[in-house]
Design a binder for this molecule. Structure first.
Ligand code: ATP
Ligand code: MG
Length: 570
């Protein structure tokens, strides 16, 4: 491609709301253009990157026997009613009516559509397993679309769905997909981690996320210092803590006057104990389909409530904060709420409090706390769940030796052992070996294609712009003719450009009548992995190869430039 003809509107201006390097540089370098909140046009350079990612995905999917299909973007609302997700997805589903008043939804994911396609067409165990996937535009009316391609409303996803006769076979396919996803990310040149994920409301027993490691990632992941364990903080577990604080002195159970002592800090200071020995109450309002309820979550004072775990423990659609007034209205005493003798609201108690002793907790009475509480007295009446967020330093739940530390990740893929949730809801069944009707056991596998474009840049950029990896670059080589008026430079530039093109290399020729400095800045911003500088040195028979990532310039004899470039891009 000739740069003089290319549609690459680079600019110095970054979008007002842009904070992430990928958002800033992809816009400034002319890859994307924002149309409205969360809606983007892909310009020629972005289109090329997307195609490259898609090609790698297609190759790896073919290697595990998955077949590509393409389902309609517009999906009938009845399917979403059948699965019950029309409510669960809520406002993220963009609904509209056609001229005949039929209700439709723009597909945010395609479980229902895929099950609908397969049901009554695959009817026997002999036709299983079956793995279908597509690469398709999705629409989710995200509450806060942001960060450019990272969280759009319209975005491209690769979504795959597999159908099996039993759980073991699905589990085998899940492992195969995990391996394929790993190869895809390796080929894209990304540093990543596969972590355990929250399986959320759709249930299922296993789910993993593929996290591209980047400081700007929206997800926090806990990783072990000794073994391979990694988990999204929403799902991370611990075997224990690195250090158990000194227990308070043995004393009798008693109600204690604690005037105005409301927070955990005040309570710990008042009794001179570590917050580990206090019971914290986090009150939330759980939102259900057509109901809401105040729920009290009790944890050790040193822990924090993990909201996703809290949602899972209560089966709520969402949980939100409550005001002190709302708590008082049902007879609770904010600052002094405890789990003993308390029937004003439902509770969930953290697993770690099951057998805790010598604890201090609110007495459900203004200015009073109970001391030396043995929490196990609640064991027959309380509802326990893992609701606490792990802390850095906690002991790994897998190897039980290493310590957990936190790092940031961008979720680029999510794979799910789905089971029979959708096949049961949509009555998609097959006949097994004994002629018995059974719902398909399913797996579902998503990968964010447009988010991957942003993820590459989050991991590979500097203050001057994008640094594409070899497998994702829109063009691998940029041949820059320094002075277009110099006949010799022009001739050599054209010659090597043609030779590279003939060799099948994706090459750009910067043949614009612009200053060298300007063109170089532009090349930096766009992020071609290699720029061949055809400049003044040509008079002495030399050209220079500039490597974007290392910023290193190598001078080579002009006769050797082609071979050297071919070797570098391998
Ligand atoms: P997130 O937690 O980031 O909202 P999700 O759990 O809703 O993602 P999935 O339903 O698992 O996402 O979708 C599969 C993949 O699609 C994700 O792993 C992510 O890479 C991508 N994806 C999801 N939402 C968006 C979005 N709004 N913009 C771009 N990519 C997205
Ligand atoms: Mg997810």
């Amino acid at each position: 491609m000739r740069r003089s003809k290319a549609f690459i509107p680079t600019s110095k201006e970054a979008p007002n709301d842009a904070t992430l390097p990928s958002h800033i540089f992809l816009t400034r370098a002319g890859f994307i253009q924002q149309v409205a909140a969360g809606l983007y046009n892909y310009l020629p350079l972005a289109k090329r990157v997307i195609r490259k990612i898609e090609n790698i995905i297609n190759e790896e999917m073919a290697a595990i026997g998955a077949q590509e299909v393409e389902l309609s973007f517009v999906t009938p609302a009845e399917l979403w009613a059948e699965s019950g997700r029309i409510e669960k997805f809520g406002k993220e589903l963009l609904r509209f009516k056609d001229r005949k008043e039929n209700l439709f939804v723009l597909g945010p994911t395609h479980e229902e559509m895929m099950v609908n396609m397969v049901r009554n067409r695959v009817t026997s165990y002999k036709q299983l397993p079956l793995h279908l996937y597509q690469i398709k535009t999705k629409f989710r009316d995200e509450a806060r679309p942001r960060f450019g391609l990272m969280r759009g409303r319209e975005f491209i996803m690769k979504d795959g769905y597999s159908f099996h006769a039993d759980y073991d076979d699905m589990s085998r396919e899940f492992d195969a997909v995990e391996a394929a996803y790993k190869r895809i990310l390796e080929r894209l040149g990304l540093e990543f981690r596969i972590v355990e994920a929250d399986s959320g409301a759709i249930g299922g027993s296993g789910s993993k996320e593929l996290m591209v490691l980047a400081d700007s990632g929206e997800d926090t992941i806990a990783v072990c210092s000794e073994c391979e364990y990694g988990a999204n903080i929403e799902a991370a577990k611990r075997a224990g803590r690195s250090h158990i604080p000194q227990a308070p002195e043995e004393a009798d159970f008693a109600k204690f006057y604690t005037p105005n002592v409301k927070t955990i800090e005040e309570l710990a200071a008042f009794f001179k104990v570590d917050p580990y020995y206090t019971v914290k109450c986090v009150a939330k309002k759980c939102i259900y389909e057509d109901d809401e309820e105040i729920v009290l979550f009790f944890l050790r004072g040193c822990d924090n409530l993990q909201e996703v775990k809290a949602v899972n423990a209560t089966d709520a659609l969402d949980i939100v904060d409550v005001s002190e007034e709302e708590l008082e209205a049902i007879g609770l005493v904010p600052g002094f709420i405890g789990p003993l003798d308390q029937d004003k609201a439902k509770h969930v108690i953290d697993e770690d409090l099951r057998e805790a002793t010598r604890m201090i907790c609110g007495a459900n009475e203004k200015d009073y706390h109970f001391v030396n509480v043995d929490m196990s007295i609640l064991k027959d009446v309380a509802y326990y769940a893992d609701i606490a967020e792990v802390n850095e330093g906690d002991i790994c739940p897998v190897c039980q030796k290493g310590h957990l530390s936190f790092t940031k990740g961008i979720e680029v893929g999510h794979i799910f052992k789905l089971g029979t949730v959708y096949s049961e809801a949509l009555k998609a069944e097959f006949l097994d070996e004994n002629g018995k009707s059974k719902p398909f056991v399913m797996g579902t596998y998503g990968m964010g294609v447009s988010r991957l474009v942003a993820a590459v840049i989050e991991q590979h950029h500097d203050e001057n712009g994008c640094i594409w990896t070899k497998t994702t670059a829109p063009y691998l080589i940029n041949v820059m003719i320094s002075n277009i008026k110099d006949e010799e430079q022009n001739a050599f530039g054209e010659e090597i450009y043609e030779k590279l093109q003939k060799a099948g290399v994706e090459v750009m020729l910067d043949d614009r009548k612009e200053r060298f400095g300007f063109k170089m800045k532009d090349a930096e911003l766009i992020g071609f992995p290699y720029t061949l500088i055809v400049g003044k040195e040509l008079a002495n028979g030399n050209v220079q190869i500039y490597e974007r990532a290392s910023k290193e310039k190598t001078t080579v004899a002009k006769e050797e430039a082609f071979d050297k470039l071919m070797e570098m891009i391998k």
